[in-house]
Design a protein around this ligand. Structure first.
Ligand code: SF4
Length: 519
């Protein structure tokens, strides 16, 4: 019997066939494929034990589970399909998500462009409106919401009442959740909204070690980021490095349950044990030696481009790490996420002055190019983001970004455009339908598409080369062919549109449309 059930909808309760990057597809509506097939590719049902507890579960949920279990509560993560078994006796349903309503990039971009709801939003709504959740509420059970996207609930106040949400926790919840669950068991009232301030953020000692495996063997190296980009909420968290013993303990948990791929997770893996923003060789070598004692294959979640350059210029650290990984595991490459965001030094200086550190913002495009070249030499394949429509962005900034994307063509990589879509657009159907992307943004997005379609077929066959991935590889390859065909059919139109835009034909129209949407 469980008092506290921790769960999430199918778009996150999955291991994405063991391929973390396929998870990106859950941020989009199904394109060119039926939705069931799309979901099968990106979010298959995970293996569960006979009690409906998934063998691998999202890392954030595992942390909440660990906090509650170590505090003595009867709590576990349960797959959403198994909820009917537990709703009669459970006291509370705890739900955590990265992007409940698709308000975060890239979900909001695909939503604004296609005018169709991404599957992560659809499946979350489906879960909240499902019969087990409704029956649980009718019985008087509590619903507690948390996770990195908790802020989104401040924009959907009507849904708190509609779905009977009792409490939303915004911030690192490992300490606070224990207090809330205690109150629930004691029948005491709980707060409607908790923002975790500095005094409630768990210290290193208070961050629990997960007790069951995480999706694709993800283990956390650090929290927070010292670069302080103005558009990023990670910087609100204090910077903490997880001690190697705790990282090793979490790797061991995964290995014990047969998860042999380990994904080192940090906003910047190369900053583990760093001197500020300067990577240090020794902690990185030690971290990798430890992980490689257990892992059959090893991955990195994110690196920053300036850390790549600094690490390589100072002791060829990137080469040493990748040589170590490839020689011990036999894998041929590492995929990693990174942020370019802009190709304009002017804009970089305004919105992300720390991103290029210890190098000056004026050098940002050169840093990006050098980092891509280093990564290509070391068989590290980046999936990089560009952010469009940033505050204070000018058309000239977009031209610089487009030029940088052109220069990155020789390096194996994917480049994904993110777009700061105003919340008003996503919350109002009329505004969403009227929403149009500016010509300079279309230009950059088109370049991202050309770049990514140039590399994607080769990268997909490398990434999905194992026999187990053959069906997914086939579907992805079909999907890429469809996108390539669609791109060719649109090419002429887009070129004409961009040509007319460069002659100023759309300026007047764009202003009129913006005014119409605003009113
Ligand atoms: S480098 Fe990345 S994680 Fe760090 S503040 Fe900037 S955007 Fe956020």
């Amino acid at each position: 019997m469980l008092d506290f059930i921790i769960t999430v909808d199918r778009s996150l309760m999955t291991n994405h066939h063991g391929k973390e990057f396929i998870g990106f597809m859950t941020t989009s509506p199904a394109v060119g494929l039926p939705e069931w097939l799309w979901m099968w590719i990106c979010a298959p049902r995970p293996k569960c034990d006979k009690f409906g507890r998934p063998i691998e579960a999202p890392y954030g949920l595992r942390k909440i589970e660990a906090a509650l279990v170590s505090a003595g509560f009867r709590a576990a993560i349960v797959d959403p399909d198994y909820l009917p078994r537990y709703i009669k006796s459970a006291k509370a349903l705890l739900i955590g998500h990265h992007d409940f309503f698709a308000f975060c990039a890239p979900s909001n971009v695909w939503w604004a462009i296609t005018k169709r709801e991404p599957v992560n939003r659809k499946y979350f709504i489906k879960l909240m409106e499902s019969r087990p959740v409704r029956e649980f509420k009718e019985r008087g059970g509590k619903i507690i919401i948390g996770g990195p996207a908790a802020w989104q609930w401040l924009h959907v106040e009507d849904l708190w009442e509609k779905w009977g949400v009792d409490c939303v926790i915004d911030g690192e919840a490992e300490k606070v959740i224990v207090k809330i669950c205690e109150k629930i068991l004691n029948g005491e009232p709980i707060p409607k909204y908790v923002f975790i301030g500095p005094e409630e953020v768990p210290s290193i000692e208070e961050i629990p070690v997960i007790v069951k495996p995480s999706v694709n063997g993800l283990v956390e190296l650090m929290r927070g980021c010292p670069r302080h980009c103005s558009f990023c909420s990670v910087t609100l968290r204090p910077l903490r490095y997880i001690p190697l013993e705790k990282i090793e303990a979490e790797i061991q948990v995964n290995i014990r349950y047969g998860i042999r791929h380990i994904l080192l997770h940090s906003e910047d893996v190369l900053l583990y044990g760093a001197d500020g923003v300067r990577p240090r060789e020794q902690p990185l070598l030690k971290l990798h030696e430890t992980a490689l004692r257990y892992a059959e294959t090893l991955g990195w979640s994110h690196v920053s481009l300036s850390a790549v350059v600094y690490a390589q210029r100072n002791g060829r650290v990137l080469s040493k790490l990748t040589d170590m990984i490839f020689s011990k595991t036999g894998q041929r490459f590492i995929g990693v996420q990174t942020g370019i965001e802009t190709g304009s030094p002017r804009l970089a200086k305004i919105i992300m002055p720390g991103k290029s550190a210890p190098y000056p913002s004026e050098k940002w495009p050169e840093i990006v190019e050098e980092a891509f070249s280093i990564m290509a030499d070391c068989n590290v394949v980046p999936a990089a983001t560009i952010i469009l429509n940033l505050p204070k962005e000018t058309p000239d900034d977009c031209v610089k970004t487009a030029e940088l994307i052109d220069r990155l063509r020789p390096y194996p990589s994917l480049i994904v455009p993110m777009y700061l879509v105003p919340m008003g657009v996503l919350k109002d159907k009329r505004a969403l339908l009227a929403f149009k992307i500016k010509p300079e943004h279309v230009d950059v997005m088109w370049k991202c598409l050309e770049h990514s379609l140039y590399w994607a077929p080769r990268l997909a066959s490398m990434y999905l080369s194992d026999r187990r991935s053959a069906p997914v590889r086939m579907m992805i390859s079909l999907f890429l062919k469809l996108i390539e065909w669609k791109k060719r059919s649109l090419e002429k139109k887009i070129r004409e549109y961009l040509e007319m835009a460069s002659e100023g034909a759309y300026e007047h129209k764009a202003v009129e449309e913006e005014e119409a949407v605003a009113t």
